[in-house]
Design a protein around this ligand. Structure first.
Ligand SMILES: NC(=O)c1ccc[n+]([C@@H]2O[C@H](COP(=O)([O-])OP(=O)(O)OC[C@H]3O[C@@H](n4cnc5c(N)ncnc54)[C@H](OP(=O)(O)O)[C@@H]3O)[C@@H](O)[C@H]2O)c1
Length: 321
């Protein structure tokens, strides 16, 4: 009897040992396995070339940090953006130190090749000379021989700047040419330019709370195959009147799950980038947490036409006076 009990004990011990060993092996395998990869970022093609870009980039009108901590936070955003496979960085000479900060940070991170640099130019008092100087300063500050996109800022200086930008493109110093606005009063002028100039991109204000462009600029861009960057997708940086202040204290509706929106910013961004004319949205972001939230917005399902209509109706019923 004793002998049998001993054998059974030994057998159970061996079995337990085997189970432990296989549990350990499974755990080890889990440790060795790389963490599951996040779903890929949604991309769209630039209509004039077919080059694919992730549909979210970053706007940098708040990239003049005043402390080392603020600078480090912006570095994290620029590094995280390209590490995730996104690329568009929108800036301008008029955004105080932004061009210089971006040039320095990209050189430090070593991700210039992964970035798509979009800057702007204007012609103060119609002066081509001043516009040319501004462009050359942009090359120097951004520390690059080629700028991916130069946009005529708020349509200031189209006549004098367009021929110069065309020459720069022919010399392969600039890859794409565009124009920008963030004002509804310029949308009709933008439509005329879309129809009459060989533009690669327009940049326009568009959000769930500001849909004017959907009636004018966006259909024209779609028809003429011009790429669209969207500025002010959250209604701007002013915390008193942007979209976040409107939804403060309110829960995201359950049905937003159907297109994988888990936060208000994801609903706002998915609404913008799911418009067929929109190529890339460029929300301002100076915090890694905001970048992560916004990158998650361009993964997973997007609202279809019926869901977009539902989002609009929900917004109008709940958040418009
Ligand atoms: N005429 C023109 O050409 C023109 C005019 C205006 C703007 N722009 C361009 O468009 C870009 C975007 O405009 P904008 O930056 O003024 O306004 P915006 O993108 O509508 O809003 C930016 C604000 O949203 C916050 N934010 C970003 N992601 C968030 C998230 N996930 N959750 C909560 N808050 C979030 C940002 O905070 P943090 O900064 O704290 O992250 C910032 O305060 C500008 O940076 C600029 O590049 C061009």
């Amino acid at each position: 009897m004793t002998g049998r009990r001993e054998v059974l004990k030994a057998g159970f011990a061996a079995l337990a040992g085997t189970q432990l060993a296989s549990a350990w092996a499974a755990d080890k395998k889990k440790d060795d396995e790389p963490p599951p990869r996040p779903a890929p970022l949604m991309t769209k093609a630039v209509p004039s070339t077919g080059e694919r870009l992730a549909v979210v980039g970053v706007g940098t009108n708040n990239y003049s940090p005043t402390t080392p901590e603020e600078r480090a936070a912006r570095r994290e955003v620029l590094a995280g953006l390209t590490a995730a496979g996104a690329s568009v960085i929108d800036t301008a000479p008029s955004y105080r130190q932004a061009e210089e900060v971006i040039g320095d940070l990209l050189a430090d991170i070593g991700n210039r090749k992964q970035a798509f640099l979009a800057t702007k130019v204007s012609a103060p008092e119609g002066s081509l000379q001043r516009g040319v100087e501004m462009i050359e300063e942009s090359f120097r500050k951004l520390r690059t021989d080629v700028i991916d996109l130069i946009q005529i800022h708020s349509l200031n200086g189209i006549e004098v700047l367009f021929p110069h930008l065309t020459q720069l493109k022919e010399k392969c110093r600039v890859r794409y040419i565009g124009v920008t606005t963030s004002s509804g009063s310029q949308h009709q002028q933008l439509v005329a330019l879309i129809r009459n100039q060989p533009l690669d991109f327009v940049q326009v204000d568009y959000s769930l709370a500001n849909r004017e462009a959907d009636e004018t600029v966006l259909p024209a861009a779609l028809e003429k195959r011009v790429g669209v960057l969207v500025n002010l997708p959250f209604g701007g940086r002013n915390a008193n009147n942007n979209l976040f202040s409107r939804v403060a204290g309110r829960d995201l509706p359950d049905w937003a799950n159907a297109f994988d929106a888990r936060s208000w910013s994801q609903m706002f961004l998915k609404y913008v980038v799911s418009h067929p004319a929109v190529t890339v949205a460029i929300p301002g972001m100076t915090k890694l947490g905001h970048l992560e939230d916004n990158l998650a917005a361009v993964r997973g399902r997007m609202p279809d036409a019926m869901q977009r209509a539902r989002i609009e109706k929900f917004w109008d019923q709940n958040f418009e006076a």
